[in-house]
Design a protein around this ligand. Structure first.
Ligand code: HEM
Length: 408
């Protein structure tokens, strides 16, 4: 008996491995149909890659996230690596490590994210964001992506890791190329080269911090012990890489998405401006609404029944946050952008043992943008076509021409 219902493509469902799907398709309609008719859907193989499962209901997504005994991250946790059969950072980078090593390394990294440090960082993020928005307001027009959002998260994580300011711009550029291509023409080779640049960069920085450690996260990784032993250079470098990658792209995409959503929903913009909704509530809804990390994934280690299917040992399973966060069973009137939504138990940061280590910072970035817009901006207007990212993983925009009118 085959676990996979069909090896042929179902014409109702586009290929979820193809980045074009996320540009060309009515995504809310696609997720709705999948949740209703094929909640554990088999995305059939193509010439250049194997097939995989796509899980779209909230409860099923949560169940797989929680279960890192039967669903491992050690053979990749996103489509690109899972479909290649593995991740070269497996067992060395937090997100693709399981078991005791994962728990211990996570503990070590979390030490650098103490409430005292985070409170200070939160303060710096708010100050930096208020300044960036003030500059745009003074000019009247800007590209919100490149003039504002690009400068916020990289500088926060840059401060936490003590990355020289002059190097931060090139890290953003490399990040864009590793996670998601600018467009269809960009090659895999370019992605690979950019990833290599980042790893080389952190290799150098880690060696420097081992020689003369400071108070930053890179020093914590370079000098910390797990099971009484220092981390290997690979572990240090891969974890630095994942911090920059995790911190930068998703937070940027949420901030840019926030502006688009606010411009398109004047009632919600008013609710934010008048204080009818708190910044904390609004931040959660922006994270749900934008869901920048569309999916994560796992490989099954044994046969597991899920919904009306059986996932077979060895199968790749993808968890679609971008569908789960709009599941009507959990979010009433899910297609409504409602800044006061309560409760709002979205899975934008995942769930379970691999729950995002930077959730506090992600929230701090989005709330700083909302706060600065509320305080300084009277009206938001989109002035041109937003430029979409080409990716099956990150949903968001690379360019967003806007006009922001000053609050008087
Ligand atoms: C894990 C999303 C911000 C670093 C995750 C996961 C999600 C996520 C969904 C779970 C991955 C999985 O289960 O395989 C987001 C979003 C963010 C954000 C939407 C912003 C809006 C950040 C920031 C950092 C960060 C600011 C860095 C400080 C990480 C790391 C992991 C992770 C290191 C792996 C944790 C583990 O495996 O234990 N993130 N993230 N993220 N994130 Fe974030």
């Amino acid at each position: 008996m085959t676990a996979h219902p069909a090896e042929r493509a179902d014409p109702r469902f586009p290929d979820l491995a193809d980045p074009r799907t996320f540009i060309d398709t009515d995504l809310p309609a696609l997720w709705r149909t999948l949740r209703a008719e094929a909640p554990v859907h088999w995305n059939p193989p193509a010439e250049d890659r194997p097939g995989f499962w796509a899980v779209t209901r909230y409860e099923d997504v949560l169940a797989v996230y929680k279960d890192n005994r039967r669903f491992t991250s050690e053979q990749g946790n996103v489509l690109s690596t899972l479909l290649q059969g593995g991740d070269s950072a497996a067992g060395k980078m937090l997100a693709v490590t399981d078991g005791p090593r994962h728990r211990e390394t996570r503990k070590l990294m979390l030490k650098s994210f103490s409430p005292r440090v985070l409170e200070h960082v939160g303060h710096l993020v708010r100050r930096r964001t208020q300044r960036l928005i003030a500059e745009v307001v003074a000019r009247g027009e800007a590209d919100f992506a490149t003039d504002v959002a690009d400068h916020i998260p990289i500088n926060t994580i840059g401060d936490l890791m003590d990355i020289p300011v002059a190097d931060r711009g090139k890290l953003v550029e490399w990040n864009n190329r590793t996670l998601s291509r600018y467009d269809e023409q960009d090659s895999q080779l370019e992605e690979w080269l950019a990833r290599n640049e980042i790893l080389l960069y952190f290799g150098e920085l880690a060696r420097e911090r081992r020689r003369s450690p400071g108070e930053d996260v890179v020093s914590a990784l370079a000098t910390g012990l797990v099971d009484g032993e220092p981390l290997t250079e690979d572990e240090i470098v891969f974890n630095c890489y994942s911090l920059v990658l995790g911190a930068d792209e998703s937070s940027r995409m949420s901030s840019i998405g926030a502006l688009i959503a606010l411009a398109g929903h004047p009632d919600q913009w008013r609710a934010l401006k008048t204080g009818e909704v708190s910044i904390a509530e609004a931040t959660e809804e922006v994270l749900r609404w934008t869901t920048p990390a569309m999916h994560f994934g796992r490989r099954a280690l044994e046969d597991v029944p899920l919904g009306d299917r059986v996932i077979r040992a060895g199968d790749v399973v993808t968890l679609w946050n971008s569908s789960a966060n709009f599941d009507e069973e959990v979010f009433p009137d899910a297609q409504r952008f409602d800044l006061g939504r309560k409760p709002n138990r979205h899975v934008a940061f995942g769930h379970g043992p691999h729950y995002c280590i930077g959730a506090f910072l992600g929230r701090a970035h989005v709330s700083a943008v909302l706060e600065a817009l509320r305080d300084q901006v009277a009206a938001v207007e989109i002035r041109g076509e937003p430029r979409r990212l080409f990716s099956n993983f990150v949903y968001g925009y690379l360019g967003l021409p806007v006009a922001l009118t000053e609050e008087r």
